[in-house]
Write a protein that binds this ligand. Structure first.
Ligand SMILES: [Zn+2]
Length: 306
């Protein structure tokens, strides 16, 4: 009997959308500039080739595009702002039932790291090779006070709303959005107290999960932002920069925020919390970009092809 040989169809699993510049305004005078020499048309064709499968046992990564000397393409974790400790801020702004006028980022980060470990996830974070003193070398955490300010800055709110809406698309909920912004404003009023001791966060992470803190090398050269919606995939940041003369990309795996929300809040009664957590992570990601960049970077979305 002849075996039927079925042709294997090479269907693309993802397509790339170009959403243009982050903004026409200048967000931060000190922020990193984009790179106008980036060829958008060729990027649209090649970007997919820089995405690889995540390794479920690999530590969470930050959205930072810099070089990681211990990078292994077969052992990459997903990217969210500030890594696992960064997710603590989303919990505080989106979920926390307690009084926003109490608590610290350090204790929130400890709770988030413990949750990761309890759920069998691998928390991760990073420093860089030039950080000293209180600064850890992770902009998402070192500049968290400015991120909270920018989240509700009246001059930035139009850009902020537009971008959060674009990333969440049909899942954007106006009430949740305003609720998280309101929580950000309250927390901003006491950010000095809330953020006291944050410099110890990565020591805590390393202590609870050995080898979970990467040390990224060299200067920032992020010229674009890619928001990835394809579950189980992530940007191979080192290879991208190597192939583009050192030009780096911020990578945000939005699918990971959704997956994390499903694991942290699995019960049917926690549906609202799941949505608010994802909303808070997207809000924080945009406010982080508003703090770290001048707004001239180009924004791409990598979406599943159905
Ligand atoms: Zn970082």
């Amino acid at each position: 009997m002849n075996k039927m040989i079925k042709p294997v169809l090479q269907q693309p699993i993802a397509h790339v959308l170009d959403l243009g510049r982050l903004s026409n305004h200048t967000w931060s005078q000190k922020g990193r500039a984009g790179n106008s020499s980036i060829d958008t048309a060729s990027l649209m064709k090649t970007l997919n080739s820089y995405y690889v499968a995540t390794n479920p046992n690999a530590k969470t990564r930050c959205i930072d595009g810099r070089h990681d000397p211990e990078f292994d393409e077969t052992k990459l974790g997903a990217q969210i702002p500030g890594g696992a400790p960064g997710a603590a801020l989303a919990y505080r702004l989106g979920i926390d039932e307690e009084d926003l006028t109490r608590g610290t980022f350090y204790s929130d980060a400890e709770m988030m790291i413990d949750s990761y470990l309890r759920l069998g996830l691998s928390p991760g974070g990073h420093r860089d090779d030039s950080s000293e003193g209180e600064a850890m070398g992770c902009g998402a955490i070192d500049k968290m006070d400015a991120i909270l300010v920018n989240m509700t800055d009246p001059s930035l709110v139009e850009d902020h709303t537009r971008l959060v809406k674009a990333l969440l698309d049909g899942a954007f909920d106006r009430d949740d959005y305003l609720r998280v912004l309101g929580a950000g404003l309250v927390l901003c009023s006491r950010s000095h107290d809330y953020l006291a001791g944050r410099g110890e966060t990565l020591n805590l992470l390393e202590q609870k999960a050995p080898h979970s803190v990467a040390v990224l090398n060299g200067p920032h050269q992020e010229a674009l932002v890619v928001v990835n919606l394809v579950p189980g995939t992530t940007l191979t940041s080192n290879r991208f920069a190597d192939d583009h003369h050192g030009v780096q990309a911020f990578g945000y795996d939005l699918w990971c925020s959704k997956q994390l929300a499903e694991m942290l809040f699995p019960l049917p009664s926690q549906m609202v919390d799941r949505h608010r957590f994802v909303m808070a992570q997207v809000i924080i990601t945009i406010a982080t970009l508003m703090t770290l960049t001048d707004g001239s970077q180009r924004l791409f979305v990598r979406a599943p092809t159905v």
